[in-house]
Design a protein around this ligand. Structure first.
Ligand code: GDP
Length: 361
């Protein structure tokens, strides 16, 4: 692919979009909170950016959190964008062009509890959507006799454990690898995996102590950089493409869309086409809203208005006539394209969503 198109637009690498899945109580929310919290406590201004419905962790911050495991010079992807709502319901509703909206997934499995019904469901979804994923073998700190090493890479934490503790953890990890194999996935501890497209990497970690989180971030960055770089090439100045996360009523704005934008740019006053319960909605962007840092939930001014946003990002769009818009539906900026063509595109995607919902019955 060339670096510039005929209109002279530069290709830019966007942030890979990461989703977290797994059985209830296995630690999805805690893991996301820990990644956000650790990034913030690295103390750098701009360590993370809280988006609507997503958290962006820039490469610099990933590298600070991962220490020697991520050398920023080895990467040209700008970081990772985590979707804030974990779980496979949001994963299955969030699609883009027929595939999953997330480029990559983390399947969280409680290392003591092992595979559970929703773990199997999640695996099935990941397989159907062809989404690359890694397994986070979570809660390693609950291993009897564990000597916690907060925030350390897994190798360092292993070295600090007694023989018995290590053996107990290994037994649990091999059970998970066995379970994956029973489901037809060839898997191994991540440091033994050569090719992440053929084998699933298992990352032992603790969402509470942060042990192994450096490893998880390194694996996510490495996998994205090595196998998905081409998919991350976008024309950042092009007409925006996104997926509706949620339709929300906001005081002063009426119905608004929380959107994950995976391609291009959206600007104020632009015409957009949005998937709705009764077909495509054609409307105009009134305002683009970003969360205000540290805003109090009850104060009215929870958002900052911006003139435009670019992929990959989470954002809130205020526009008239959004009452029928649906979570999971496509959002398209029309710009210099033919309106009917864009409407047809949105219609085609909506048909895909309906077929899928029917399949899941
Ligand atoms: P979710 O339903 O998958 O989002 O699970 P949560 O994140 O709500 O976690 C369920 C429970 O497990 C909570 O009480 C967490 O504090 C606890 N938990 C999650 N991760 C860990 C971990 O790594 N170690 C320990 N000891 N507890 C954890």
């Amino acid at each position: 692919m060339s670096d510039t198109d005929t209109q002279g637009h530069a290709e830019t690498l966007r942030t890979p979009i990461v989703a977290v899945l797994g059985h209830v109580d296995h630690g999805k929310t805690t893991l996301l909170d820990k990644i956000r919290g650790s990034a913030v406590s690295e103390g750098e201004a701009g360590a993370i950016t809280q988006h609507i419905g997503a958290t962006a962790v820039p490469l610099e911050t990933v590298s600070q959190m991962a220490g020697s495991l991520v050398n920023p010079d080895d990467f040209d992807l700008p970081g990772l964008l985590f979707i804030d709502t974990p779980g496979h319901h949001s994963f299955t509703t969030l699609r883009s062009r027929g595939g999953a909206l997330a480029d990559i997934a983390v399947l969280v499995v409680d290392v003591n509890d092992g595979f559970q019904p929703q773990t199997l469901e999640a695996l099935d979804i990941l397989q159907r959507t062809g989404t690359p994923f890694v397994v986070a073998a979570n809660k390693i700190d609950t291993t009897p006799g564990w000597n916690r090493q907060d925030g350390e890479p897994i190798q360092k934490t292993y070295e600090a454990q007694s023989k018995q503790a290590r053996k107990r953890l290994d037994e649990n990890l091999y059970k998970i690898i066995g379970n994956l194999s029973d489901e037809g996935f060839s898997a191994d501890l991540y440091w033994r995996v050569q090719n992440f497209t053929k084998n699933i990497g298992v990352v032992p970690l603790s969402a509470i102590t942060g042990e192994g989180i450096p490893d998880l971030l390194a694996v996510l960055m490495g996998l994205s950089q090595r196998y998905m770089k081409e998919e991350m090439e976008i024309d950042v100045d092009g007409p925006g493409k996104g997926t509706v996360l949620e339709v929300k009523e906001e005081k002063g704005f009426g119905a608004t869309l929380d959107v994950v934008l995976y391609d291009g740019t959206v600007k104020e006053d632009e015409t957009i086409v949005v998937g709705g319960a009764n077909g495509p909605i054609v409307t105009e962007v009134r305002a683009i809203l970003q969360p205000r840092p540290n805003a109090e939930i009850r104060t009215e001014k929870r958002f900052n208005r911006v003139e435009s946003v670019s992929a990959a990002t989470g954002t809130k769009i205020a526009a008239p006539d959004l009452e029928d818009a649906m979570a999971g539906a496509p959002v398209r900026v029309v710009r210099d394209r033919d309106l009917d063509e864009v409407i047809a595109e949105v219609e085609a995607e909506l048909a895909g969503i309906e077929v899928d919902t029917a399949e899941q019955g």
